[in-house]
Design a protein around this ligand. Sequence first.
Ligand code: ADP
Length: 743
Amino acid sequence: MLGGPTSPLYWHCSGDSPDAQAIAAWSAYTGQDENAAANWGWLNALHPADRASVREAWHRVGYRPHVFSLAYRVFHKGSGYQAYKTLHVPIYDDQHQLVIWLVFFVATMEATQVADEHWEQKIITSLLYTQTELLARIQEAHSESLAQLEAIFESIADGIVVCDNHKHIIKANTAAAQMFQPLLEQYPDCFRSSFEDVMALLQAFDEQGQRILPEQWPLVRLLNGEDLRGDNVVEMRLIFPNGQDVYLSYSGSPLRDQDGNILGAVLAIRDVTERRRMERRIQNSFKMLLSLAEEIVDIPTYHGARPTEEQFARGHVPPALPFQTVGESLADLTCQMLGYHGVDILLRNPDTGRFQLVAIATRTEENRLAYYDTFADFVLSDYIGESAMALLWANKPVAREIYLTAPKPLLFNALLAPMIMDGVLVGVFSVKKYELHATFTEDEVSIVRAIAKLTLLVIERERLQQEWIEAHSSELALREANRRFDTFLSIASHELRTPLAGIKGNIQLAQRRLSFLKSPELPEKALLLDRLGKVQDYLLHAEHRVNVQNRMISDLLDVSRIQANKLNLVMRPCNLAEIVREAVEDQRYTVTERVITLALPTCEEAMVIGDADRLGQVVGNYLTNALKYSPVEQPVEVNVETQEGVVRVSVRDHGPGLSPEEQKRIWERFYRVKDLPTQGDAPPGLGLGLHICRSILEAHHGRFGLESTLGQGCTFWFALPLACADTSKASSTSETRAGSTHA
Ligand code: ADP
């Protein structure tokens, strides 16, 4: 047998040449060069008569390999051509692919005769030998690839765990062991047990923080046939028995046999703790900023409820809260949310460059006022240095250890974030940590910077709102003033012209009556007296109208003096009781049909320092209004009381009264209640009287006001200090005051 009885030739699949190992034996036997034997060159070592048939047989069988045998002569380099019978056996792999041909040679006497009777037995022996050798080769290749696999397995950065279908861990790489280190330290053998035992030692939570039940664990899902890849990757938080936690992401696939039965599972585990922590931090910071922004929007900026749109439109806007109140809410919020020991908001005075503490929040300090006092006007660089100031101006945050001596000694670490508007340092938002050597993380710095920007927005919002309110209210005031001025003009021109027409008419009548005096015959005395009496009436009427006009003109003059700040008063001691009495007498004389009661202090004296004429004007105005706006049949009550060094004059009527809204505006220039009827032929006023009264009383440093309920009349009053307060002379009357009061 060629190459020895136990070593058959291995032929390349197509039979084109013996393979690398067998070719040596072939060359040794035939003397053919190894290279020459390749690519069907071996046929040349055959007897020329056999070559064609052998080649054809190989080709034929090449399409459908099966065992076949041939007989031919092979050249032996020592003894010439030898006759052989050959058996060709195809070897397949498990995919039914042809791997190699085994060619067995058996020497025969003649080309067709089998010389060795035991050749088939020998072939079987050879086959067995070949099988063993092949097995050895396969095993060798297998262990080589196993070693490679192992190296790959270990080099994977993800943790890889292989389990059987009983949840036993068959294999886990180093990365997996590292991920479970806290567990392995406490339970070194836990990877040798069932995965269920490992699970029992851990607490697992899903992304929503819900506990993961044993049947929801990734391994269990894999063994149930689920594939955990792509969207199905599971992320969970594990808490080890020692309290340490990790975030792990699990992917994997079940392991199946050829029939699809699940044999186990491979799990790939990735440690995502750092990524999750970062996400958490970002998310928390974002949430914090968001809620802070929401809170800021809700911080009240007005006393009481926020004004409605309608109030805005009508200009009835309550005063805005000072920034300190808003700023303190902001500082308190930051202090609570971020857990700092203190938060300060400092604003820079653009004129002086010095700083003012406008808001402070602290967790420990009770006495905020002391800080406001100490830091009402200070130089920031004294505390943080010039280099830090330069950084703030360059819009960069600064962390500094700061030592305060006042209002009490305090050492703390501060992070100062600048508030820059249009390139100018407007203020600083600062947070404090009292612990020694405390530092601020990058996240903290970003958040504090963002809050500083929000604060700046709030400041800007306040400023714009204030400007808007001022602009809006002055616009409204201007519009209202114009409107009132128009009304005033139309009334004034009418009221000034009407008395003129009356005066003219009365004078013409008087003239006509007097013309008879020119006639040569004088009437008899009685008729003469009657006619003269009529003339006097006409002239009285004319005088009354002249007075009305006179009053209007002097009111107008007074108002222009008030406007020009030229209302000159002649201040000297005078008896207010007497002034009131005279004013009442005047009215009683003019409006004879009305009842005017007067109550004076018992001593009939109430000395004040003032301008007697002007005070008389005030009383006169209160009185004419009371008479003008209340029914004729109702009395008007005038009271003068002295008490505790003050004299108070009041005029009460039983007219229509005034609403609270009207009461507030009654003292304004040109203000008149719309469509308020007057008594008799009293002309509608110009809306100037009370405004003049107010100016006169203010010039006397007096107090004045009005008490009224709609439909129940009015009591206008004013009070002045007594010149020589003699309380023994004071009347016993006391009163409770309600309604609007003006100092
Ligand atoms: P006028 O010359 O129009 O009376 P005043 O300044 O004296 O101007 O008064 C302003 C307005 O206040 C009046 O137009 C009237 O509408 C209202 N008013 C003043 N006094 C009374 C009163 N005693 N009762 C009701 N309304 C009054």
